[in-house]
Design a protein around this ligand. Structure first.
Ligand SMILES: *Cc1c(COP(=O)(O)O)cnc(C)c1O
Length: 344
């Protein structure tokens, strides 16, 4: 394979196989792996008219001893169930989801980046309504697919701190879809992210749309803060997407680093009291935030713009250590896809 693993960005690269299963007449077919990367749809397919689609994102890692593993795919399977229910889509069974992930990664094993390259294999499961709809109603037929793509870091410059701004846009309504992984949440965030980039910011820090006083998350990653006495805190809200990375980091903080970790409401006006801030998600991993700009008010975290804060770095090292097999994982976190050491 002629890929420059160390210089990969976070982008789509076509790989050899993808998994496809179709839902029709109230049931899923057996599913299969195919080399066909194109989807052909009716012009009035539910996904095209009313954005009936949801997705997941996870990664496969090459471990230090040459195995290929996947991180907590059971939680992605569970979360997709919640997304499907909220969007009136049929649930893809969790055991079949995990099995399909394993099949696709195995079939594209040469695309799993080598250990130490900084790259990983991104796994994208998704589902969408396929049959024609005209009146506003759920589709009757759906497709579930998984493709994979080798990726490098989400933010260029890797672990260099980024700057967020508090935007004049909201991400999620109180009883809306912010807590599920729906494509529509991203469609409406595109303008805000383009606008942020145009103004020189890396990402948006959204506030709760009901009161616009509490920190929620960015367009595609949750947020953690570290207090001056080394407590790891993360916003509590019903409209935040429950990040598996964030839930894992809170566990790591408590059980590996011996820190206090708490989920609570965090007011935008209190962020100046914190010493570190970072974004977390499968794509972002744990990206330090050096600065937050809220209209004229600038908060610079003591960890600065040159490197990650001390606790952020420890969390990052421990989580990635678990994912790459350098540190023993809690029971049930690591799913082995290829046990044998691949020939080099
Ligand atoms: C996917 C996603 C995350 C990160 O979730 P992980 O499970 O850690 O990858 C955070 N916020 C939003 C809005 C997301 O869509």
């Amino acid at each position: 394979m002629n890929i420059d693993w160390s210089n990969l960005g976070f982008g789509y690269m076509q790989t050899e196989y993808r998994y496809v299963s179709n839902y029709k007449d109230g049931k899923w077919d057996d599913g299969e792996l195919t080399k066909d990367s194109n989807v052909v749809l009716n012009e009035s397919a539910g996904v095209l008219q009313y954005a009936q689609t949801c997705f997941e994102g996870m990664k496969a890692y090459r471990t230090e001893d040459g195995r290929v593993v996947c991180f907590r795919p059971d939680l992605n399977a569970q979360r997709m169930v919640e997304s499907c229910k909220r969007l009136e889509m049929p649930v893809f069974p969790e055991d079949r989801f995990i099995d399909a992930v394993k099949q696709v990664v195995k079939k594209n094993i040469d695309f799993v980046p080598p250990y130490g390259s900084g790259a990983t294999l991104y796994i994208r499961p998704y589902m969408f309504g396929t049959n024609p709809v005209m009146g506003v109603k759920p589709a009757d037929e759906y497709q579930f697919r998984i493709f994979v793509s080798p990726v490098g870091p989400y933010f260029k410059g890797g672990i260099k701190p980024i700057t967020l701004r508090v935007p004049d846009f909201d991400r999620a309504a109180p009883l809306g879809t912010g807590h599920v992984k729906a494509g529509l949440n991203y469609a409406m965030s595109l303008h805000a992210i383009v606008d942020a980039h145009n103004q020189g910011y890396n990402e948006n820090m959204y506030l709760d749309s009901a009161t616009r006083t509490k920190v929620e998350e960015t367009g595609g990653a949750n947020i953690i803060f570290v207090t001056k006495d080394n407590k790891v805190i993360t916003p509590k809200s019903g409209t935040i997407l429950p990040s598996i990375t964030r839930r894992s980091l809170m566990y790591v903080a408590k059980h590996y680093l011996g820190l206090e970790a708490e989920e609570r409401e965090i007011k935008i006006e209190e962020i100046g009291n914190f010493k570190e801030c970072a974004l977390c998600g499968t794509a972002a991993v744990l990206s330090p935030v050096g600065k937050v700009v809220d209209h004229g008010k600038i908060t610079e975290f003591p960890s600065g713009m040159e490197k990650a804060g001390e606790i952020t770095q420890k969390l990052y090292d421990t989580l990635t250590g678990i994912q790459m097999g350098r540190i023993e994982a809690p029971e049930g976190w690591i799913y082995e896809i290829e046990p044998v050491k691949a020939a080099v």
